[in-house]
Design a protein around this ligand. Structure first.
Ligand SMILES: Nc1nc2c(ncn2[C@@H]2O[C@H](COP(=O)(O)OP(=O)(O)OP(=O)(O)O)[C@@H](O)[C@H]2O)c(=O)[nH]1
Ligand SMILES: [Mg+2]
Length: 698
């Protein structure tokens, strides 16, 4: 394997809605460039990029995977990413290390909800994009309709640079609008094609589309605009150069046509990637300087070696595999380097290029390329590796906070330790899950982006680490708070022979705005409580508030001020003041009108419009507040705020209500008070599960 330098590399992330054909497309690109011997199929579980057993079983990409193609003396790194909402964080991670995106769109369905999500993520990064209109061989596929949805929902400047030849099952090739050449493919999935004359009946359409392309390019460049007005058109050279610079500036988004399953259009797509997308040498990488300010670093081999870790794989046999982008300099096999985030030395053994799961060892990896290394000690995703003296780091990928928690329990006793070590490995691989122990119930909690995410994580746990667990119904992270301010008094006094115990405090409690958690204020003047005992009062209150008052959930969003008290010269000690704090707190709760809070989610439902009315009725029934509705062609997007407790069974409901055609996404929004009739149920359930909630006395 040749080592490529920055100017000969393209780093592209394949992103888009689940089922648009990203994985199948990656497979076609690998096949036509002879990187693999056979044309892998998603449906047969034989693609390079869906190699994980769980991906093969589910026929969906669940984790970003790297592959590469050599084309026209360039190396094209492809990152195949998941399109399912629960797993979208990996698509975001891939966009952050890529220099461009291939946004794959289903020509039947057009833009779907995850297409919009990844488009917005690419917008944030200012990433150049090619749109690949895929599945053109399918019934009801339509360039016109899909383009309209792209222009409405993504950008007005999505513009075809190809037109499809033939429709639906007769789709057999593409016309390149720039060269005005037609490429007609064999329909045997071989990917073989021949150059041909533009079919006579397409001549008018080709001219119109070419005009539109020329106008779009001219519109985005003042000089070309002048030329265009003078000459009425642009030369081929001006068109190519103008299209390239508008694409690099993420002003114009060329659209190409393909069918990944029938293997039509892959070579022309590779040509477009090489021609219109930037090499790392043309796109300085975002960085952070030693003062924490935004900076950039060019893909220069002579700069200090610096790499950004964008993904970690937990392999039970090979150990940890660290995937990185070499941002600058050159990394060599068998060398030392420094992890800046952890201030730790790391030893690189073999440097690896990844073709799916296949690793090729290389002597060095240069600036701009994507590679991997096995068995680093301390390095995790988002770390920067490189020269110790180089102060630059890279902005971290933001992973979403978990939205749902399930309790898990080992199927066989004694597996708890194994669960814990394996779960921590999986957490390294997927920072959007969290593994913890409920401080109240001592249960093991697995939190993630949704039911499917949790199920896949549990399946990985079993397949990779041989640990089998039962999933218990999800838990709602309720909180408690107070609604009224009040003052309270706690006095702890015991006289048992010798030394007694004496602590006494007066506190004020008052509600704070949502999201402020807890504040403790020391307002003692004149020594009514000696300094050294005030932390003990706070500790007593802290310990009591995390155990909750009504139903055992942590109390938040209030302030406690200790403002008075008394002490005894001999009998006062820390323990006594801690007890006094607890007693005062409990006393306060009898008047502070405690209440229960529940998490409210922002929910977006994407559905064929026929079902929108019923689904809104259903969301209302789930105590949801509809925030808005949008139509996109035949689809409707419903936005609502719904309590998490009502969303636990939503996945099944949506699937059955829409025949599997609806999808939804949710994320945490805020906490709000639970209606009082439901509070009683929560309290009863908590008592039944946890027994007496009384705080044990010392
Ligand atoms: N007819 C037809 N089917 C296709 C085409 N491309 C992909 N498919 C099929 O569509 C299904 C989904 O394809 P994938 O490549 O797995 O889609 P994906 O975008 O990777 O989906 P996720 O991994 O879930 O995000 C598979 O059954 C493919 O065989 C195409 O061009 N035409
Ligand atoms: Mg896929």
């Amino acid at each position: 394997m040749k080592v490529y330098d920055a100017a000969s590399i393209r780093n592209v992330a394949l992103v888009g809605h689940s089922g648009s054909g990203k994985t199948q497309l990656a497979s076609a690109l690998l096949a036509v460039s002879n990187m693999v011997n056979r044309f892998g199929k998603v449906d047969e579980g034989t693609t390079v990029t869906d190699y994980d057993e769980e991906e093969i079983a589910r026929k969906h990409t669940l984790s970003a995977t790297l592959a590469y193609v050599e084309w026209n003396k360039q190396k094209v790194n492809l990152i195949d990413t998941p399109g399912i909402g629960n797993f979208l964080s990996d698509a975001r991670a891939a966009l952050q290390v890529a220099d461009a995106a291939l946004v794959v769109v289903d020509a039947v369905a057009g833009v779907m909800v995850q297409t919009e999500k990844v488009w917005a993520a690419a917008d944030e990064l200012g990433l150049p994009r090619l749109v690949v209109l895929n599945r053109l061989d399918r019934e009801r596929a339509s360039l016109e309709r899909a383009l309209k949805s792209l222009q409405e929902s993504c950008s007005r400047t999505v513009i075809p640079v190809q037109l499809p030849i033939g429709e639906e099952k007769n789709f057999k090739g593409v016309v390149d609008l720039i060269t005005k050449k037609a490429y007609v493919f064999q329909t045997d999935e071989s990917g073989k094609f021949a150059e041909a004359a533009i079919p006579g009946e397409m001549a008018g359409a080709v001219d119109t589309a070419r005009e539109a392309l020329i106008e779009m390019v001219a519109e985005n460049d003042e000089k070309l605009m002048e030329k265009f007005f003078e000459a009425g058109t642009l030369t081929d050279e001006e068109l190519v150069a103008g299209l390239r610079s508008a694409t690099l500036a993420a002003k114009v988004f060329p659209l190409v046509c393909a069918s990944a399953a029938v293997n039509v259009g892959a070579q022309q797509l590779l040509d477009a990637i090489v021609s219109y997308l930037p090499s790392p040498a043309e796109r300085p990488f975002k960085a952070i300087d030693k003062d924490g300010n935004d900076a950039t670093r060019s893909a220069d081999e002579k700069s200090p070696a610096a790499a950004f870790v964008w993904k970690t794989i937990a392999d039970p046999f090979a150990g940890r595999i660290t995937m990185f982008r070499v941002v600058s300099g050159v990394f060599k096999a068998d060398s030392n380097c420094h992890n800046k985030a952890r201030d730790a030395a790391e030893r690189f053994g073999h440097l690896l290029l990844l073709q799916g799961k296949t690793q090729t060892s290389v002597p060095e990896i240069k600036a701009g390329d994507l590679g991997a290394v096995a068995k680093l000690k301390d390095t995790l995703t988002n770390d920067t590796l490189g020269d110790k003296s180089d102060p630059l780091t890279f902005p971290p990928i933001k992973f979403p906070e978990p939205v749902l928690s399930y309790a898990i329990e080992p199927k066989s006793r004694g597996d708890e330790d194994k669960i814990s070590t394996s779960m921590h490995r999986l957490e390294e691989e997927d920072p959007s899950i969290r593994y913890s122990r409920d401080p109240q119930t001592k249960e093991l909690l697995l939190s993630g982006q949704g039911q499917l995410h949790i199920e896949v994580t549990v399946a990985k746990l079993k397949r990779r680490f041989g640990v089998d667990v039962n999933l218990k119904p999800p838990r709602i992270p309720y909180r408690e708070t107070i609604k009224a301010a009040t003052e309270a008094h706690g006095r702890h006094k015991k006289q048992t022979g010798g030394h007694g115990q004496f602590g006494d405090c007066k506190i004020k409690v008052e509600p704070l705005p949502r999201g402020t958690d807890f504040e403790f204020v020391d307002d003692i003047f004149g020594g009514s409580i000696p300094r050294q005992f005030i932390p003990a009062v706070e500790k007593g209150i802290q310990e009591t508030r995390v155990r909750g008052y009504l139903a055992g959930y942590p109390m938040v969003d209030f302030r406690v001020t200790v403002f008075d008290g008394s002490y005894h010269d001999v009998d006062s000690n820390e323990l006594s003041f801690k007890m006094a704090g607890r007693l005062a707190f409990k006393d306060a709760m009898t008047r502070a009108r405690p209440t229960i809070l529940e998490p409210i989610m922002n929910v977006e439902v994407y559905t064929p419009s026929d079902f929108a009315g019923d689904l809104m009725g259903d969301l209302n029934g789930r105590r949801g507040r509809i925030a808005g509705m949008d139509t996109r062609g035949a689809m409707t997007i419903i936005k609502a705020q719904v309590p998490m407790a009502e969303m636990l069974t939503y996945e099944q409901h949506l699937t059955s209500a829409t025949g599997g055609r609806g999808s939804y996404h949710m994320e945490y929004s805020h906490y709000d008070e639970v209606p009082s009739h439901l509070q009683t149920k929560i309290i009863t359930a908590a008592k039944a599960e946890r027994g007496d909630l009384e705080v044990e006395e010392v």
